[in-house]
Design a protein around this ligand. Sequence first.
Ligand code: ADP
Ligand code: PEP
Ligand code: CA
Ligand code: MN
Length: 651
Amino acid sequence: MPATSGSVANGNAMGRNQVRDDEEGDPTVKVQTIDELHSLQKKKSAPSTPKSSQPTSFFNISEEERNKQQLESISASLASLTRESGPKVVKGDPAARKFEASRVAHVPAHIRTPTIAVSDSSLKFTHVLYNLSPAELYEQAIKYEKGSFVTSTGALATLSGAKTGRCPRDKRVVKDEATENELWWGKGSPNIEMDEHSFMVNRERAVDYLNSLDKVFVNDQFLNWDPENRIKVRIVSARAYHSLFMHNMCIRPTQQELENFGTPDFTIYNAGQFPCNRYTHYMTSSTSIDLNLGRKEMVILGTQYAGEMKKGLFSLMHYLMPKRQILSLHSGCNMGKGGDVALFFGLSGTGKTTLSTDHNRYLIGDDEHCWSESGVSNIEGGCYAKCIDLSKENEPDIWNAIKFGTVLENVVFDEHFREVDYCDKSVTENTRAAYPIEYIPNVKLPCVGPHPKNVILLACDAFGVLPPVSKLSLSQTMYHFISGYTALVAGTEEGIKEPQATFSACFGAAFIMLHPTKYAAMLAEKMKNHGATGWLVNTGWSGGSYGCGSRIKLSYTRKIIDAIHSGSLMNVEYKKTEIFGLEIPTEVQGVPSEILNPENTWSDKQAYKETLKKLAGLFKNNFETFTNHQIGENNQLTQEILAAGPILDDA
Ligand SMILES: Nc1ncnc2c1ncn2[C@@H]1O[C@H](COP(=O)(O)OP(=O)(O)O)[C@@H](O)[C@H]1O
Ligand SMILES: C=C(OP(=O)(O)O)C(=O)O
Ligand SMILES: [Ca+2]
Ligand SMILES: [Mn+2]
């Protein structure tokens, strides 16, 4: 028996008798071993939603049966298609759990592909970390992934490896009987073909890699807040960073939705740490991002940049939604207090995330939306903000969203205090924060809204000749939507070191699957039916081209956007510009009037004229690809759109 006098020496006024363990407030833990003590620390999570009297589902099956079905479904996802039996999957962290035979789900031998002999991999177990929580994923990342750190505000800083941006030239789409006619192929199209066989080679490579690991992460989540058009996705990945990224970016299922998840509509195999094989047909580098619409699968090899997963799913939606007469949009979206919805189209770095995150409005989403008969819906459950030069002052809501749970990619921080230096470009200019949408305080949940009132086209004009804002006719809106002009800003795509003029149809050519005119016709019809107004906003240069002028102040752009939202820009005077024929307002509250016409901001008027003509020439040249395509049902719209572009007298 221990001496009892110690408690008095501790100064405990109540006194204490450690022999009596029935005393109230006894400070002694009632365990026999340290291990037992540790086992007390973690309370068991509620295993499932309590089985209420509600007709929850006809999935009224036991916990055990549900677990078994889940494991069988994951086994099927991970099964090799060429061997009789692949690794067995078992749930849980290999480091934390002892092997239990009862947890094993054997891979069903179900595929008709000719099989080859059983290998050692059939004797191996792959642990599945299924829909882990952010806290669990932090621990996995910090324990096992080099370059993972907690920042001073609680975010998880990670490195994406050698690739710090998307690789559009390494994206492949399987061309088969169906997709050959359905999709947009050839010049200007983002869809570089591969055949089914090469896809299977890469798929097997990814599956083998994933199965060779001790553990893989599996996320079962949703896309699209429109309940009637929700898509179930499964993401199998090797890194906690990827799992947390998708946890944040896709819609998070409730416990009950997860129980009833069943079979996914689409599966991503992310084996990004492992390269593709250059000897595989169609491969041109060690990176390959392969989309197979028939199999409803995507394979990632040779890049760990997490944006590939989110944008890969966006491509999928650009295929699936138009089939249902729903328009998929590369745009941000927010809603005013009075219910007015605005869309913000634009390529990477033009300001979709920045401008849709507006303290005075409700955020519906920052990047990917659907416009259906019932209004708009966000595809995602999170935001992916650029954070180069991020400041609390300019972007307070994004700044405050960088806290526990947020993934911070490729940022540089102080090694001791872990304060992030958002100006540091040592790793890349394309530093990113991925956070759940509810980290933005004035989010609209669920992320849906009525039909848009304003359609804002954002262009970051590196030539500095487009006006900060102009009001567009419907045919001008279509012309600029199909053109998709901007300057690519360094970092988001590989190989871009400084702003470069680029045209990307529908402000997202890298993600569209059908011919641009298909999306344009849908947009024209929707804008007409719902009386939406189009605007062109230049968030790029003013007072000269890149290198000479400077980027338009964010505070001015915000004032312009405010004036669009409030409707005040509907009732001001306009002047039409030469060549582009753009209607420029003569005043906008809070913006110096002289900058509204870019000609005023250039000291060298001749240089301005020449640059304007040069850009007009680039527009015309780019649009030539589309002149032979009819837009919508009648040819009149097509003619109007063609006439809505810049006019060069001497061309
Ligand atoms: N006038 C401006 N309008 C919009 N963004 C601006 C402006 N000036 C600078 N920026 C910066 O440009 C970047 C826009 O990026 P982001 O909003 O993430 O674009 P997107 O979501 O379209 O890819 C942000 O870093 C923002 O701070
Ligand atoms: C993630 C991306 O989107 P954005 O830059 O438009 O936010 C991207 O283009 O890789
Ligand atoms: Ca963005
Ligand atoms: Mn985007």
